[in-house]
Design a protein around this ligand. Structure first.
Ligand SMILES: O=C(O)c1cc(=O)[nH]c(=O)n1[C@@H]1O[C@H](COP(=O)(O)O)[C@@H](O)[C@H]1O
Length: 271
């Protein structure tokens, strides 16, 4: 999917919501545990109940890898279900990869070719040659960590290096990489006050913004400082939506939570 198509979807649905499919077998309703594939059964029910309210889904691969081969199968079924039934929805493999070039190429093949995701999250720490193999894929997107939502973001990302914060070097330097047009960036919703500065460096890029809901980030603040003329934002909520209820009404409750966020987004888009 191109960024233009993503923007069209945002305008059509009045939503820039991304739903995080971070499935924990200890948190899903007990009645699903007797299903052949409880993780996929849970995801399918969540997707069926929420696809009209969001423009993206983001399975964090840790939640699948933790269950070994079975978990990986559930991830594969989930991305296939999305691609077959909702090709207009943007998909993000949140796996935070990045390694020496030939290894990164294999990670890129795994998520872009074998699993056919639209995008993958990548850590910038190993630099240009660790990210460019992901950028080489046409119409695929590499979402690079810039300023993350967690407390540890202050350990390195905001440290001053040659007169400016490290995360600003990440943003600026990455713009010169080959096929940088395929880059998006992660900025935590808990760091909304940094967004105005970030927009001066990457005015046109899409930003994936996790951390509303369970981590306490504020949607209005993120939009005030982070939105550009093409919206340019994907706001993720995982636990706040998918575990709104842990009983039989879980899909309905997730839909209700997603609707609340979508309605707030619609108000912002029309204001
Ligand atoms: O790359 C991410 O998606 C990410 C970056 C970041 O800075 N903070 C962050 O929380 N995330 C992910 O976003 C999701 C947030 O989940 P909730 O806090 O449950 O909404 C998890 O999958 C995190 O791994």
């Amino acid at each position: 999917m191109t960024t233009q198509q993503l923007t069209q979807q945002i305008k059509k649905k009045n939503s820039f919501l991304c739903i995080g499919l971070d499935v924990d077998l200890n948190k899903i309703p007990k009645h699903l545990l007797s299903e052949e594939d409880p993780i996929f059964a849970f995801n399918k029910a969540i997707i069926d109940a929420t696809h009209h309210l969001c423009v993206a889904y983001k399975p964090n691969t840790a939640f699948y890898e933790a269950y070994g081969l079975k978990g990986w199968k559930s991830l594969e079924k989930t991305i296939n279900y999305l691609n077959e039934n909702h090709p207009d929805i943007f998909t993000i493999a949140d796996s935070k990869r990045g390694d020496i070039g030939n290894t990164s190429s294999m990670y890129a093949k795994a998520f872009f070719e074998d699993l056919a995701f639209d995008s993958v999250t990548v850590a910038p720490y190993m630099g240009k040659d660790s990210v460019e193999p992901f950028l080489a894929f046409e119409n695929k997107h590499t979402i690079m960590l810039a300023l993350t939502s967690n407390e540890g973001a202050f350990d390195f990302q905001t440290k001053m290096v040659e007169g400016k914060e490290l995360y600003k070097h990440v943003l600026e330097t990455s713009k010169s990489w080959k096929n940088s047009i395929n880059l998006m960036y992660v900025v935590g919703a808990t760091k909304a006050e940094y967004l105005a500065d970030i927009r001066t460096i990457v005015p046109d890029s899409f930003l994936l913004v996790p951390g509303v809901g369970a981590q306490g980030g504020n949607l209005q603040d993120v939009c005030k400082y982070g939105m550009n003329d093409n919206v340019g934002l994907l706001i993720n909520s995982s636990r706040g939506i998918i575990y709104a209820s842990q009983s039989e009404d879980f899909a309905e409750a997730a839909s209700q939570k997603a609707k609340e966020l979508q309605e707030q987004m619609e108000t912002i888009l029309n204001s």
